[in-house]
Ligand binder design. Sequence first.
Ligand code: SF4
Length: 292
Amino acid sequence: MSIDAQALLGWFDDTARALPWREPEATAWHILMSEIMLQQTPVVRVEPIWREWVTRWPVPSAMAASSQAEVLRAWGKLGYPRRALRLHECARVLAAEHGDVVPADVDVLLSLPGIGAYTARAVACFAYGQRVPVVDTNVRRVVARAVHGREPGNPSSRDLAETEALLPAPVPRAARFSAALMELGALVCTARNPDCARCPLPHCAWVAAGKPAADVVRKVQKYEGTDRQARGRLLDVLRDASGPVERIRLDLAWTRDPGQRARALDSLLVDGLIEQTDDGLFALAGEGSPTG
Ligand code: SF4
């Protein structure tokens, strides 16, 4: 079974969200920033930060001229802050080696820091209108259900080829099809409550098969009490401080489990998000003098 491109594109024309990174004036750099931010964070939280970033860092060289700490502060509470550091690194490479322009070629994009299989193709497709498969969790879910009649399993090397086979042949239509497929997964064919009554697709293998349950039961990741939450609290202290802080400030930010706090602190140091000064204080990356 394939996906009815005409029905999907007609629906997308009528209902696509007016997201700012879809506007014609959004550059490939703006789109790249949005894709990095959106990977693990919902649109509603990304949009205000993205708008700030586009104004503050309209081109990669502008971000490259800022410090790691400035970028980490501006990232705020979007979560998974390693993304911010990698984007900063990517900006430096774009400014130094690519004439301050995001490349259009998927292989070149893949060679940039922090750019993985998804982001490279998303930029090639959404910024440059190329006919490349863009596969995120939303697309995998729609394809698994509508085409294969099952809930999505674990990601597989076949995902890209299977999605590519569904793309319409004309290049501009294929790029819009990819955006529409993703939008359908985000708004209608959602993980928990697919709204099949509102679905524009006239044929769906999963509905035809009686909506079979998933083989793999996914655990919902909790946040409360996790190492990730502890890392976030420690990072908040440093983000809110104007310079290096004493260890006691971090100890007070996470008192429920000293072992977990130590683990969180270690991992922040290892990830390069924070550093320790020569006199034993802690600071955001680039704001202290790292001990060798
Ligand atoms: S009919 Fe339902 S399950 Fe099938 S693609 Fe549409 S929303 Fe998803």
